[in-house]
Design a protein around this ligand. Sequence first.
Ligand SMILES: CSCC[C@H](NC=O)C(=O)O
Ligand SMILES: [Zn+2]
Ligand SMILES: [Zn+2]
Length: 421
Amino acid sequence: MLPDKDGPSQGGGGTADPGGSEDPAVSLFREYLRLRTVHPEPDYGAALRFLDRMALELKLPAKKVEVCPGRVVLIMTWLGSKPSLKSIVLNSHVDVVPVYQEHWKYDAFAAVKDDEGNIYGRGAQDMKCVTIQYIEAVRRLRARGTTLPRTVHFLFVPDEEVGGHAGMEMFVKHPEFTKLNIGFALDEGLANPGESYTVFYGERNPWWITVKCPGDPGHGSRFVENTAAEKLRRVINAFLDFRESERKRLNTGECFTLGDVTTVNMTKVNGGVAYNVVPAHMDVSFDMRIPPTVDLQDFEERIKRWCREAGEDVTYQFAQKHMDQEVTSTADSNPWWSAFSTACRTMNMNLKTEIFPAATDSRFFRAVGLPAIGFSPMNNTPILLHDHNEFLNERVFLRGIDVYECLVPALASVAPGPGEA
Ligand SMILES: CSCC[C@H](NC=O)C(=O)O
Ligand SMILES: [Zn+2]
Ligand SMILES: [Zn+2]
């Protein structure tokens, strides 16, 4: 059978499957994948229209908060029977990262489903699947007439993929955020290639740094002293030697995961004006991710030393420097975690708890003192976020809806804690 190649203009709601056998939830997921909410110019208007339609279908009120010009957070609310209790947040970002279309098997915005049920599209794992799984789980719960004690807020946020600065970082400071009276948030995680599901209780801190190496200029035919390039070489060696030592630490001795070590990647180099002019400046940039167990002050001292030892006037500046190291407790004494993990156990799901290797909007919840768990219910799935040919199998997707159908009531039924009405 040939893959079902619906074009990007195709609507959802059952039109995706010529055989008529496709689950409507899968068709809706594919419809959402076709919206081009891709950087650098995401079509947020299309996503907001889609989400407004979801709110109408679910008969839930939707509120829009423009946190920055053109950057809207949409909040859909399912009011609990005890609305004074702290609420549950189901968070998802609307934007997706760009693609190298020439490396994809199919159009990355056509949501092609192959004959194995694999659905290809940018955002299939990160994280349009989760958005639709939340919606479909709640659709089922409401269709059954379920009432929940705690209020559930869905947040659909822009700009996570570019750091959340015009998205969740702004929203957590907004009065509308405070009004949500949040007790606990669920946000995205990663696929697990095995049977288990990975759950994230903290994140590494992103530090993006540019090291600037000034030097003496001169003719390209001479042995100029004190060159920018010599300093640059020492800087690169210091950072990359450290990278290598951390790479070796991964998977040796204790069972480290990526979230437990510091990664360093050299991502940009700049400098030079002509072949025969020794440059007056050369810059190098690194993407570093630092586990919450690392002393950040010590780490910055180490960077200072590397720069000092590289030569005269070597300086650095940060483009990102997240400093909060809050993690969410995975002890049974944390009632949110207990409800989450117990519900997963009843579904026979094996959980692996880890530190998230990259950065998500969860860090902004944790930074304001709220517990947050990163979880995308995708097992038996290769990790393909931001990669070519990102896909999710429809059976895994549908199982994820079952998972939230169990998790959401469990979380929204957590007994009132001390200080709650
Ligand atoms: C440092 S803000 C960038 C956030 C981005 N998030 C998802 O990929 C990341 O690179 O982890
Ligand atoms: Zn994401
Ligand atoms: Zn991402």
